[in-house]
Design a protein around this ligand. Structure first.
Ligand code: ADP
Length: 315
């Protein structure tokens, strides 16, 4: 118990595990361990406890203490640096984009064909940069736990309707030959979600499906009640380039881009941050995300969002 006091509030979970190890050593697995991060005054210590067993006997634990103060500090500085730089880049970006638009509209006099071409290149690249800056800002917000979640009842129809409209808009604006299908189960319960964030999640999955499918392909948006009825599964299916099995969950890593996989990825402006942001936002909803894919056949991304949020149930 003295130790429990020292470890502060984090102790309950691992005390339980140690009790389980003591009372039932036969179920201890070789890879079992507990990792706790302790903040002691100005130092941060990582403690890793592993069980020591001999035959069926639990002999005790080995604890490795590691002072990770420097690492935590460097990580914090990195996040702060990224946040500050991306924030500072936003203002000049907005102005470059705005003035390129004004010039293109002829606000400063007539422009020649060559000038128009150059201005369009400026605008395209300014858009790319501002996309990158916004994604970086979002990542640093996530790292600093500064994404406020405002949970409210959100009708699934509203989410799927907005997604459908978004993709239809892109199909028209970019003249891409894609079929769009929507299959939403009737009478789905509302989700407990942050409306803007859930829209961001689904638009991002829709954008990927749109981007990574060649002309002539088909996108299908689906929503259905989850098997165990605690959530709603929303899916975006495409008949696009697909993801090879060896890539697997690396697509959710920050900055991962499959540019060597297909020319379509190379030709699509992107940061490789989209899915990592989507995954964090889904987890903030206590939901889950997964995908199935076959190379050259297509991919299906699924998101399950709960109907209730655990912290709200207690209220
Ligand atoms: P970005 O789209 O900016 O590259 P993401 O994090 O959204 O970043 O996606 C990471 C990578 O995952 C993409 O570069 C692409 O290779 C792959 N990917 C994502 N969605 C799909 C999809 N629907 N079909 C095929 N590949 C995909």
């Amino acid at each position: 118990m003295e130790l429990a006091g020292f470890y502060g509030g984090t102790s309950a979970g691992w005390l339980e595990t140690i009790e389980r190890w003591t009372s039932d050593p036969t179920h201890i697995e070789g890879s079992d361990f507990i990792e706790v991060i302790l903040e002691l005054d100005l130092r941060v210590v990582s403690v890793r406890l592993s069980p020591v067993i001999m035959g069926d006997q639990f002999l005790g634990t080995v604890s490795v203490f590691r002072d990770i103060t420097k690492m935590v500090e460097v990580d914090r500085l990195k996040t702060e640096f990224v946040a500050t730089v991306s924030h500072e880049l936003r203002t000049p970006m907005t102005s470059i984009k705005g003035y390129a638009d004004l010039l293109l509209l002829g606000a400063a006099g007539e422009i020649s064909e060559a000038q128009q071409r150059f201005l369009e290149t400026i605008k395209q690249n300014a858009d790319r940069l501002s996309h990158l800056v916004n994604d970086l800002l979002e990542v640093s917000r996530i790292d600093q736990d500064r994404v406020p979640m405002r949970f409210a009842a959100v009708p699934v129809q509203d989410i799927m309707g907005s997604l459908q409209e978004h993709i239809r808009g892109r199909i028209e604006d970019e003249n891409k030959l894609l079929e769009l299908h929507v299959e939403v189960e009737p009478d789905l319960p509302d989700l407990r979600a942050d409306f803007d964030r859930i829209i961001q999640i689904m638009h991002n999955l829709g954008d990927n499906a749109f981007n990574y499918t060649y002309d002539g392909g088909r996108l299908t948006l689906r929503a259905r009640l989850d098997g165990d009825k605690h959530g709603v599964v929303m899916q975006v299916q495409d008949t696009g380039i697909g993801i090879p099995p060896e890539v697997g969950d690396r697509i959710f890593e920050r900055f991962f881009r499959g540019d060597e996989l297909d020319d379509l990825v190379l030709d699509t402006p992107g940061t490789g941050l989209g899915l990592s942001i989507v995954k964090s936002l889904v987890e903030m909803h206590n939901g889950s995300i997964w995908f199935e894919s076959e190379l050259g056949v297509g991919s299906t991304f699924s998101v399950c969002i709960p109907i209730y949020q655990p912290e709200e149930e207690q209220v």
